[in-house]
Design a protein around this ligand. Structure first.
Ligand SMILES: Cc1cc2nc3c(=O)[nH]c(=O)nc-3n(C[C@H](O)[C@H](O)[C@H](O)COP(=O)(O)O)c2cc1C
Length: 345
């Protein structure tokens, strides 16, 4: 039996045509750049990962000649990432933020015309003080008229699928009011992080509230997908949560720091060789993509991912954290590799 889609949902819109539950890696600033996304793509098994997101990119920046130059690295998709996206059928979505509808319109038009993204996502969830003070991101949760204008302006500027990533509320849990509003908007999907702004990343994500959003969706806008987000560490857990709370998919953020092989669930044991190879791969991809245009210490937060769960990992990591160049890092890795693999066998 073929599924009948409401007429306002084009059949080439991946939010509605991809077989769910939809699994995706969260947008994370200074983490999900094209180099890391390529690494995740390489380490994912076919069909396990459906969508990736860019780091959040300022609409003010994109609308300013100097600013555009400054922020556009966030929208970079390398040729090798692009090839893998195509091969694996994974979608890539540009995430943007700001507080002025006219800038959203211009930025969305620019992204649609000058880049090759599968969708646009509006950040209405970032809790960081300075962006909230600026009236952007999660501040929009308490500004329905402005949020409405921003979504309308974005929708008008593109034919690409449009989603919003947000939280349960600003200062208090406000799921019913905020979701009832969002569910009246021309959106393909709402990605809901089960926390409020005030919590930052404290406490636990409230998946009961996410389930409440799903119920509201069922009543108000059955065509809009709801994706749950918060504290999911494995693909098995993501599938379990999708079933238990009725969401159309699950987005995983920090879980990837514990296990970048997360989208390859059949891989049960990560060998030392695989860890070292993946660390080297990350250095190579980062250098190819950015050379010296991105701050080297950004890489340090990744070292812990690869350098853990084996004897000597702490010392190795400690040494790596002091380094500032690709060359020093490769030398150190080589020395440790010789030492570790010799002991290992
Ligand atoms: C280092 C870091 C950077 C983040 N950057 C973004 C961002 O650019 N855009 C966004 O919507 N959320 C961002 N987030 C929030 C995540 O996308 C996600 O909503 C949050 O971490 C909760 O999911 P998790 O418990 O699976 O990590 C960031 C989170 C972290 C830890």
């Amino acid at each position: 039996m073929t599924e009948i889609l409401p007429i306002d949902q084009p059949t080439n819109n991946f939010w509605h045509t991809t077989q769910g539950p939809l699994m995706m890696l969260a947008p994370m600033e200074d983490v999900t750049d094209t180099a890391f996304r390529e690494l995740i793509l390489r380490k994912s098994a076919p069909g396990q990962l459906h969508m990736l997101f860019t780091e959040f990119t300022s609409t003010d920046g994109l609308c300013h000649p100097v600013g555009r130059e400054k922020v556009s690295y966030r929208l970079k998709v390398s040729d090798s990432e692009r090839t893998l996206l195509r091969q694996k059928g994974v979608k890539i979505i540009a995430q943007i933020w700001g507080n002025k509808p006219e800038k959203f319109a211009e930025a969305v038009r620019h992204i649609s015309e000058s880049y090759t993204f599968d969708g646009i996502d509006i950040n209405m969830g970032c809790p960081v003080k300075n962006v909230v003070a600026h009236g952007s991101c999660s501040a929009l949760i308490d500004q329905e008229p402005l949020a409405n204008e921003i979504i309308a302006a974005s929708k008008e500027a593109t034919a690409l699928p449009l989603s919003v990533k947000t939280r349960l509320g600003l200062k208090k849990v406000d799921t019913e009011r905020w979701m009832s509003f969002l569910l009246k908007q021309p959106l393909d999907a709402i990605i809901l992080h089960g926390r409020i702004q005030k919590q930052m990343s404290e406490g636990l994500a409230d998946w009961q509230e996410i389930a409440k959003a799903v119920q509201l969706r069922d009543q108000l806008a059955p065509g809009i997908k709801i994706i749950g987000n918060g504290d999911v560490d494995s693909l098995a857990e993501a599938h379990e949560k999708s079933g238990k709370y009725g969401v159309d998919g699950t987005m995983i953020g920090r879980g990837i720091f514990k296990n970048p092989w997360l989208f390859q669930p059949e891989l049960k044991e990560i060998t030392l060789e695989e860890r070292l190879e993946t660390l080297n791969l990350h250095l190579d991809l980062f250098e190819q993509c950015w050379s010296d245009t991105r701050h080297f210490p950004i890489l340090r937060r990744f070292f812990k991912i690869y350098l853990s769960d084996f004897q000597g990992a702490a010392d190795f990591r400690h040494q790596m954290m002091q380094l500032n160049t690709f060359e020093e890092s490769r030398q150190t890795i080589e020395q440790w590799t010789r030492r570790l693999l010799f002991h290992h066998h």
